[in-house]
Structure formats: structure tokens, C-alpha cells
Design a protein around this ligand. Structure first.
Ligand code: ATP
Ligand code: MG
Length: 264
């Protein structure tokens, strides 16, 4: 996928086109993505058998940016037994009674598993900032706290892959209209999505700051053009395969000498 999508601070979000697809052919890319998904299935088996690393794929983005469908498509060939998914909604009263990273750290998968975060600790510098749920000093200090937390994860063999699904305002309108009109999608519609949409520009500023403040050498952010679902899925799959291949895993050695064992 090349460097353009990896955030090296400082970036301006306006320089990224949500509709970008690099002039590629949809059908060819779909085919390639299907191969990548199969490869993820194979690599997951190695990850699981070695149980030395955990991988977390994290998605942030506006409503209808495709967080749910990215997860669904990415894991088609993966054994569900090795997957741990977490959807971070408004914190419960128990979660509120703890530090903001408590629920996040608890959701980090065990070694050998792939975790998926649909929203994450980054809500603490997004919705919390835009809706002024805490004073500025509090959310601003969280960038450094998040960076420290993610560094600890990286140093402990947790590979965190962060994807910002960059959707255009026009495409969001299309998708929200679709949710209103299609009876199969009505359930996905929330009037509160429109309140969030009304703060579109403030969210873009919050996303840009998040990307620049928290794309560290230990854990980079990726900005993915999200208007075209097929290109988005391709980029996610390609990056996940790269990250798994970087681990250079092989089949674990037997725990005992197998040469003398006879099955009768
Ligand atoms: P969908 O795409 O299906 O609508 P969703 O992730 O938007 O899924 P919802 O239940 O609609 O799920 O919304 C979850 C809400 O919880 C979001 O508005 C999000 O901003 C909010 N949320 C998540 N974490 C926090 C947090 N730490 N503080 C406050 N609100 C949060
Ligand atoms: Mg929602």
C-alpha cells in the first residue's frame, strides 16, 4: 500500500482524498483482496499456534464510515476461536468508575489472538472533546497517556494497527439516507448520528490532532480513504498481512522429542 497512508506527523487531513482509489480496477482489487483475506486466515493459524504476539486492529471514523463492515470483511477466513472483538460505546457506570484505559486494556486479546476494536480509547479525544464532556486540560493530557500506553503494548508483543476511515461528508449523507430508506438498514440509524454530523468540522479537527499527536514510531496511524468500500477493504487487508508477515512466524517446535514416539 506504500507510505502515503501512514501518518508521519504533521499531516493535514484535507490533503487526503476520501474518494481516492489510485486508479485501480475494482474487480481486480476485489480478487486480490479475497486472496489477502485467505492469507490472513493462514497467518492467524501461525499466530495462534505460536501464541507469542497479539494483534489488535483498531478502527475509528465517523458514523457510517464502515467500521463494522471493515471488521466483517477482514475476518471472513479467520477462525472465530482466535478472535476477540470489542465495541466501545458510552462507558458504563462501572467503566466510568475507573481510569479511561481500564476497559481498553481489559479488551486487549491474549497472545495468539487477533483483537478488533470498533472505536477505542481515541473516543476520549474525539467525542469527549467535541461534546466538551471533560475540561480541555483533561483530554489534552490524554494524547501523551495514550502514547505511553501504546508503547507498553508494543514492548509487550502487542501489535496495534490503527486505521482512521476517512469518509467524505457527501458519502456519509448517502449512507445515512440509505439507512433511513432501506428497511434492512433502518435499525442502524440513530438520530444522534445527525447531531454528530452537525459537528462535522469539529470532528475533522479532532481527528487531525489525534492523528498527529498519536502516530508514534511505536504505533503509527493509517489514514484510509473510505468512500469506496472495496479500496478500503483492500488497504486494511494488505496492511494486516504485512504486519503478520513481519512477525516472520514459523510452526512452533514440538515440546518433546517426537522421533521415538510410535502410535500403535
Ligand atoms: P454504528 O456504526 O452501528 O452506529 P457505533 O459504534 O456508532 O455503531 P453506537 O451505539 O451508535 O455505535 O454509538 C456508540 C457511541 O458511544 C458513539 O456515539 C461513541 O461516540 C460513544 N462513545 C464511545 N466511547 C465513548 C466515550 N469514552 N465517552 C463518550 N462516548 C463514547
Ligand atoms: Mg452509531
Amino acid at each position: 500500500m506504500g507510505q502515503p497512508f501512514v501518518v508521519t506527523p504533521k499531516i493535514k487531513l484535507k490533503q487526503f482524498d476520501p474518494n481516492f482509489s489510485n486508479g485501480l480496477d475494482k474487480d481486480e482489487i476485489r480478487e486480490e483482496t479475497a486472496q489477502l483475506h485467505k492469507r490472513i486466515g493462514e497467518l492467524q493459524y501461525l499466530l495462534y499456534s505460536n501464541a507469542r504476539h497479539a494483534v489488535v486492529v483498531l478502527f475509528q471514523g465517523m458514523d457510517a464510515a464502515g467500521k463494522d463492515s471493515s471488521v466483517r470483511n477482514l475476518l471472513v477466513h479467520v477462525n472465530p476461536a482466535g478472535v476477540e472483538t470489542a465495541n466501545f460505546k458510552e462507558p458504563s457506570s462501572e467503566e466510568r468508575a475507573h481510569d479511561f484505559l481500564w476497559r481498553i486494556h481489559k479488551a486487549v486479546p491474549r497472545y495468539g489472538n487477533i483483537g478488533v476494536f470498533n472505536r477505542s480509547h481515541y473516543e476520549e479525544v474525539l467525542v469527549v472533546r467535541v461534546n466538551k464532556l471533560v475540561p480541555k486540560e483533561i483530554w489534552q493530557a490524554r494524547y501523551a497517556q495514550i502514547n505511553a500506553f501504546e508503547k507498553i503494548l508494543a514492548q509487550n508483543n502487542v501489535i496495534l494497527l490503527k486505521f482512521f476511515l476517512h469518509l467524505s461528508k457527501e458519502e456519509q449523507a448517502e449512507r445515512l439516507r440509505d439507512r433511513l430508506q432501506d428497511p434492512r438498514k433502518n435499525w442502524e440509524f440513530r438520530a444522534s448520528d445527525l447531531d454528530t454530523r452537525a459537528h462535522w468540522d469539529e470532528y475533522q479537527v479532532a481527528f487531525e490532532d489525534m492523528l498527529n499527536e498519536c502516530s508514534t514510531p511505536a504505533c503509527r496511524w493509517h489514514v484510509l480513504p473510505a468512500d469506496r468500500k472495496w479500496y478500503r477493504d483492500y488497504l486494511v487487508a494488505k496492511r494486516v498481512v504485512e504486519a503478520l508477515e513481519d512477525l516472520k512466524m514459523s510452526w512452533p517446535k514440538p515440546k518433546e522429542d517426537l522421533s521415538k514416539i510410535k502410535i500403535v
